[in-house]
Write a protein that binds this ligand. Structure first.
Ligand code: NAP
Length: 293
């Protein structure tokens, strides 16, 4: 079994981006600029956004964090998005989710200019992905594709089973793995909570990608010998032996599955760091693709 080391790969990607930024600067060009809108004070969202700002600093991007109060009106948030759409200095921006219940997330994603949609959540970005047109692919699926590519995992002609059909992970993952591309060219089965014979389907997977948010759900008996296993899940499981009082747990039972598979992503240190690196890749791409949408 070989680990698909997302932490190390993400560091390598960041070093490559930092090198490109240095070259842009040396040539007198404008460095990429990412903006993030954070609504309210949700602890997890604060952590994620702060990490994104730090990542920008690490590679030499400019970054802007816009904080709005929890009770900001939808109209005021949409006005802030419209300003970022118009601001020529901003290459790409994200609106951290989840948003408070009084704000319609769909209306928010529809307001973001697809040319600056570095989260890749807008219908335009998803549609372009389905047609293999230049676009921004949402960070987690993009990070997984990059990991498969860099570890030269063969995907062509393989049976890929994706567990979970969320808009940001499972569904785009199933589309990407079925496209005529490398990685890709897999025969894909997408399973979800209404799939009756899930264990049997998982056992038939050459590549198993799990994104459901159920700690240790996939066990060794659900995995074929030699399968490639990608664990997207991150759940905080209470653990008083840890300084923070919890440990991060994936959807895959690492102990039993790692004995059977050929490749596996650890949690933490697998898909998570690749997701962060993908946002940087998308921001750089936003600058490079300016005017091409
Ligand atoms: P989500 O929106 O909660 O969707 C979960 C999906 O899993 C749904 O499609 C659901 O099916 C399916 N599901 C739930 N229980 C199931 C079961 N017992 N059998 C089969 N399918 C089941 O999830 P998400 O946003 O994709 O996130 C999934 C996990 O990945 C979470 O732990 C999240 O924290 C993590 N995540 C990690 C990263 C990262 O960077 N590493 C990024 C994003 C998400 P139905 O549609 O039928 O309800």
């Amino acid at each position: 079994m070989q680990l698909l080391d997302g932490k190390q790969t993400a560091e390598q990607i960041k070093a490559e981006i930092a090198q490109q930024v240095a070259e842009i600067k040396a040539a007198g060009g404008k460095v990429p600029h990412l903006a993030a809108i954070l609504v309210g004070n949700d602890g997890a969202s604060e952590t994620y956004v702060n990490a994104k700002v730090l990542d920008c600093e690490q590679v030499g991007f400019d970054s802007t964090l816009i904080r709005l109060p929890e009770d900001v009106s939808e109209a005021a948030l949409l006005a802030e998005i419209a300003k970022l759409n118009e601001n020529d200095d901003i290459d790409g921006f994200i609106v951290q989710v989840p948003l408070p219940a009084h704000i319609d997330e769909t209306r928010v994603t529809l307001t973001i200019d697809p040319a600056k949609d570095v989260d890749g959540f807008s219908p335009a970005s998803v549609g372009r992905m389905c047609l293999s047109l230049p676009t921004f692919i949402s960070a987690t699926p993009n990070g997984i594709m990059e990991l498969l590519k860099r570890y030269k995992v063969e995907t062509s002609g393989k049976h890929c089973v994706v567990v979970g059909r969320s808009n940001i992970v499972g569904t785009p993952m199933s589309i990407l793995m079925s496209r005529n591309s490398n990685p890709g060219n897999s025969t894909v089965t997408l399973v979800h909570s209404r799939t009756p014979n899930m264990v049997e389907v998982c056992r038939s997977a050459d590549i198993l990608i799990v994104a459901i948010g159920k700690p240790d759900f996939v066990t060794g008996d659900m995995v074929k010998d030699g399968a490639v296993v990608i664990d997207v899940g991150i759940t905080r499981v209470p653990d008083e032996t840890r300084p923070r009082g919890f440990r991060l747990t994936g959807d895959v039972d690492f102990a039993s599955v790692s004995e059977k598979c050929s490749f596996i992503t650890p949690v933490p240190g697998g898909v998570g760091p690749m997701t962060r690196a993908s946002l940087l890749q998308n921001t750089l791409k936003a600058q490079q693709l300016r005017g091409q949408f």
